[in-house]
Design a protein around this ligand. Structure first.
Ligand code: GLN
Length: 189
């Protein structure tokens, strides 16, 4: 299993560290030539979704990655990465539109921009969750399996080979969401 990590901006190094701890091969994607290397799964990290969306297009990475996703590439999006996957972005422009979810950006307001909690995740267990100016999933289509909710809002979901979390598993010592994604990606091979 080789995992590519989009490394244009944001918290990509933390995902690389999580994969290192799991002993999983990975490399960073920064330019189109990087896509020539074989990979089985992709991580879209947290950061700033509008900046990443613009860089993806400016650097000619958007279309090849969109095609790979349409072909069934397993993708794990965290926070801004979740926004990049969403079909609808409230008050904004969708990027890959690969997952049938509508997201609300910066959904927790200025006061509560960042917070920590714990909540159960379907099929994984109760997990630590760090939210940083996080989105939540305001609605999800029938193909989407809701994995976790916090305060009545969806914060983790899966649709086929796509996994998305509002929170940042890569910032906690708990590797179980990465493990869950690698199992999902392994079954897709
Ligand atoms: N607020 C950011 C956005 O809208 C996401 C924050 C994050 O990834 N930690 O892209």
């Amino acid at each position: 299993m080789i995992v590519a990590i989009l490394a244009l901006q944001g918290a990509f190094a933390e995902h690389a560290a999580a994969l290192d701890r799991l002993g999983t091969d990975h490399f960073e994607i920064r330019r189109p030539q990087d896509l020539d290397r074989p990979f089985d799964a992709l991580i879209l990290p947290g950061g700033e979704s509008t900046v990443m969306g613009k860089l993806l297009r400016d650097l000619d990475l958007f279309e090849p990655l969109r095609v790979r996703m349409a072909e069934g590439l397993p993708v794990f999006g965290t926070c801004a990465g979740l926004i990049l996957l969403a079909r609808t972005v409230e008050g904004g422009t969708p990027c890959f539109a690969a997952m049938d979810i509508a997201v609300k950006r910066n959904a927790y307001g200025r006061q509560l921009g960042s917070f920590y909690t714990q909540a159960p995740v379907l099929g994984i267990g109760t997990l630590p969750m760090t939210f940083i100016r996080a989105p939540y999933i305001a609605s999800a289509g029938p193909a989407v399996q809701v994995l976790a909710q916090v305060d009545g809002h969806i914060v983790a979901a899966r649709q086929g080979n796509l996994l998305a979390t509002s929170f940042h598993p890569e910032l906690s010592a708990d590797l179980s969401v990465h493990r869950y994604f690698l199992a999902l990606a392994g079954r897709a091979q």
